[in-house]
Design a protein around this ligand. Sequence first.
Ligand code: KMH
Ligand code: ZN
Length: 278
Amino acid sequence: MTDVPADRILITVAPTGAETSKADCPQLPTTLAELVATAQACEAAGAAMIHVHIRDAEHRPTLDLGRLTETVAALRESTDLVVQLSTGGSVHDPLDQRLKVLDAAPDSCSLTMGTTNFGDDVFSNPWPFVCELYQLSQERRVVPEFELFDLGHVHALHRLLDKFGLPYGGKVHCDLVMGVPGGMPGTADALVAAVQGLPEVVTSWSATGIGRSTLPVMLASLAKGGHLRVGMEDVLTISRGVPVDSNAQLVERAVSAAAVAQRTPASTAEARTLLGLT
Ligand code: KMH
Ligand code: ZN
């Protein structure tokens, strides 16, 4: 297995999320055809991984296993992207359904390291659930991406890895999700604090800032040598008051910002190496 050059940047696109309605944002990819077209455009623009939430026929968030399985197959057929399914779902999804997401056999799954206030809601991730999901990912050979919404989640990641060892594939990849009302703020200071606290076995990390924290977090991540997640799950404007046209537009902006930092988008093959998927 060849090493990935140090200047490579993994760009993950999170195109849909579970929070925005199609009615409020018609350009949000909510059907399978829209998701596939978005994935292809984002891959062409420089993304190497896709973080997937799906919707039902009425464009509502769903964890329907048949739809998830069909989505994984369609993305694999039409792109070479690393396919990561969200196990976070929406704040309303029950824990048992969130565990079943792994039955759709994605390459990767998100795994949030603790409960957090999420605007007016609670995003529930009790410790026994985190442990069960992690052990399931090891059994099913799915590479987890540890989602860190708060500094406490960084500490919880130490606990989890100490207790259960390394993930499938032997690499440890984290994503800092910053600026959620209830989580850590989307600031350079918070990013540095979180990165400094990461376990030594972490091999790569990315960051994303929600809403108005998108640009500060992107720039802080580049300054600190991290990777990037972008997409309409996290932000719906490209500049103040101007709606995003498409997810590819956000990927293109990330590629341009990375170029200023002398970083080159990782290919999908390099992303697989980075994540322990080869
Ligand atoms: N939709 C949020 C409640 C994940 O995908 O794992 C949770 C979320 C995290 O988006
Ligand atoms: Zn998500």
